[in-house]
Design a protein around this ligand. Structure first.
Ligand code: ADP
Ligand code: MG
Length: 394
């Protein structure tokens, strides 16, 4: 069982909170504050209990040295606006520098301090016990709300949890509740839509969900490896030659289990991935020489939308086409709208899929939009997340 805020004596204590503030920046401004917003309920709950908050997060990949471009300063500013209260922040050479330690030590009761980027310290990604010790020294108890970083055993996500009374924050708790429901007891029919670039990235998720799923829709570039396994001609579409056999085997297993496995019957094809390229629709298994399948076609989208309509639970990961380059975004948009319009419980996970749902302005109409790209996929593969395992009750 996961330890939550309900199990943690945090009232009037100094609380170290690991958040996932790894947000996109441009010219020193936060361009998408979704991840900051998602951490607010936990921060508000702790603050209401009189906690003194010391927040830690990574941002980008500074490779263990202080990179001013990856300072959390813009995040401190945005967080302060969102909470409408001061956020203490001092740009320091690292999260455990003498200057940072002194700044944290000076935090008044009830204040909120954001510590500089944990990855400015090379010991973070090595899960170094000395760094964990410094971070643990900042507080009395530890809360991890950074689901997006839970698949990493780093000093701020794993090491420190061994040194202080620890619990999951509300975002972490919700992510795990939703994703566990998908793997253990989804309301049926349970439909899963998997797209994106590579079979090899997603096969673990598909296999782990096979015991629960009623219908599986495979789109995106990875669909062509499956179409090839069925003997189709996909011309220049992306195919992972070394996964064709695996795809064929998976289709056999799905059939033996009575799972309906859908591939896009037609594709929007072009010679090149270019904005506004000349396109033509062809059956996905009869793509003419010199062309690539770059999006699900209209017949596939109509059929999938219809088939999805009766689902009680839907999980979607992976764009159905090259959604970054119009016109190849149409399939992903259509499925995003279809999923958003369903009455059942809907979950979207994965970096690019979530970006597509946000870009379409539909995230409010999805039951749960996971903040963990890699973490949600690893969880759905059945892997143990180190940042979660350490928060389990003994
Ligand atoms: P997620 O981040 O949601 O898990 P992925 O990273 O697996 O998704 O896949 C997203 C990528 O897949 C996008 O960059 C998209 O352009 C690419 N993609 C989707 N369909 C195709 C296709 N038919 N051909 C080439 N690339 C594709
Ligand atoms: Mg991706």
């Amino acid at each position: 069982m996961l330890k939550t805020l309900d199990d943690l004596p945090y009232r009037n204590q100094r609380v170290l909170v690991r958040v996932d503030f790894n947000v996109p920046l441009r010219d020193g401004d936060v361009t998408d504050d979704t991840r900051i917003q998602k951490a607010l309920p936990t921060l508000r709950e702790l603050a209401a209990g009189g906690a003194t908050l010391i927040l830690v997060s990574h941002l980008g990949r500074p490779k263990g040295t202080a990179d001013p471009q990856l300072s959390l300063a813009p995040v401190a500013k945005r967080l302060s606006e969102l909470l409408n209260k001061p956020v203490r922040f001092e740009g320091t050479p690292g999260p455990a520098s003498a200057a940072q330690e002194a700044f944290v030590a000076a935090a008044e009761p009830g204040s909120l301090t954001l510590v500089e980027n944990t990855r400015f310290d090379a010991r973070e990604t090595k899960n170094d016990p000395e760094l964990a010790k410094v971070l643990a020294g900042y507080a009395d108890v530890y809360v991890n709300d950074a689901f997006g970083a839970a698949h990493r055993a780093h000093a701020s996500t794993e090491g420190v949890a061994h040194l202080l009374p620890s619990a999951a924050g509300r975002l972490m708790q919700r992510e795990l509740e939703v994703l566990s429901q998908l793997t253990h007891a989804p309301e049926k029919p349970f439909n899963v839509i998997i797209g994106g670039a590579k079979v090899s990235d997603k096969i673990g998720v598909i296999e782990n969900l096979l015991d629960q799923v009623d219908a599986l829709f495979i789109g995106g570039a990875m669909a062509y490896t499956f179409v090839r396994a069925r003997g189709g001609d996909v011309a220049d579409s992306l195919v992972e030659e070394d996964r064709v056999e695996m795809a064929g085997d998976l289709m056999q297993r799905a059939e033996a289990k009575g799972i309906a496995l859908h591939l896009p019957e037609d594709s929007v094809c072009a010679r090149e991935i270019a904005p506004g390229a000349d396109t033509a629709v062809h059956p996905s298994g009869q793509i003419p020489a010199g062309m690539k399948g770059l999006d699900a076609g209209p017949a596939a989208l109509a059929a999938w939308t219809e088939q999805l309509s009766t689902a009680k639970t839907v999980f979607w990961n992976g764009p159905l086409g090259v959604f970054e380059v119009p016109p190849f975004d149409a399939g992903t948009r259509t499925i995003a709208r279809a999923v958003a319009g369903l009455n059942g419980f809907t979950v979207v996970g994965g970096g690019d899929s979530v970006a597509a749902v946000n870009a379409a302005g539909l995230s409010d109409r999805i039951g749960h939009v996971s903040t963990g790209g890699g973490a949600s996929l690893e969880f759905l593969e059945g892997a143990t997340l180190p940042g979660v395992a350490v928060l389990e009750k003994a």
